[in-house]
Design a protein around this ligand. Sequence first.
Ligand SMILES: [Zn+2]
Length: 325
Amino acid sequence: MDRDTRRLLKQAERDKRVMELYGRNPQLKRLDEELAAAGREGLTNVWQGADIAAVQKKISLLQDKKGRLLSSLDLDEDVYEVDWDCPLCQDRGYVRPGQVCSCQRQDEGSRRFLESGLSPLQKQMTFESFSLEWYDQPAEVDRLVQQLRGFSELLVRGEPCGNLFLFGPVGNGKTHLCIAVANRVLAAGKSVIYIRTEELLEALREDFYGRSEKPERERRERQERPAFSRSQLTARLLEVDLLILEDLGTERLTDFAEEQLTSLIDQRISWQKPWIITSHLIGEKFSGRYDLRLVDRVLGEGKRLYLKENSIRFKKAQKEKESGR
Ligand SMILES: [Zn+2]
């Protein structure tokens, strides 16, 4: 249903409510009619330059009477109001032409969230829900968290924030942290794409060759989310306010993969569009895996954040087991 139809329905609901009220209270209907007539009379007087004091007095008396009647019915003027979802814009979506209403920005927010590639569960991965209790060196981890927060705030304010290369062992909280950045940035009305490297390359392959490397059946069995629509993918990867590329180093490395990754990172650098890349590869394992150009871009243009701690997944699972006993 479109916006205009929904608005008309809401107004019709209000009309029905008022009509029923008149049915139960004919006196209220009469008062409203008298008020409307007095209002017209007042307007005519203004138009003709006649004295309006008398009609003003009449209106004010009628309003008092109506106020008393309404409160005796345990009602007030709200009973005449349309029950808008958003009283600010009366469900128009804009406050005045060109000024989008805040309720609309919320709608856009959920659209941006859907486009970000984050799952609803990941929406809960915020800085606030990030716990230091699992770490052996909480102070050190906290410093890293503050750097990520700082990065988010700069990005939100549209100030230069650079890029980040977040690396460290598998399962130690990197995902939660980079998604926390994503959620912060999304909440501020910016756009984000969060994508795993493997998933990105798969989508780019489809984009280029018009087919998936994986058989369709296998994809369906694994219930993967559909990739971005083809024509939009490359453009979106370049224009989005923040690109988060997860798990660099887990993809199957081919010339195509390396070329695409280098070119994407290169272009975002030259457009000054920030990225966060995460990887479980450390030191030589990372620099030895890729072409020098890619290594140079990632390490030279990304601020290195090393989350040293080992996997916290095990500790979490352990604790859940204990508390379950
Ligand atoms: Zn609104």
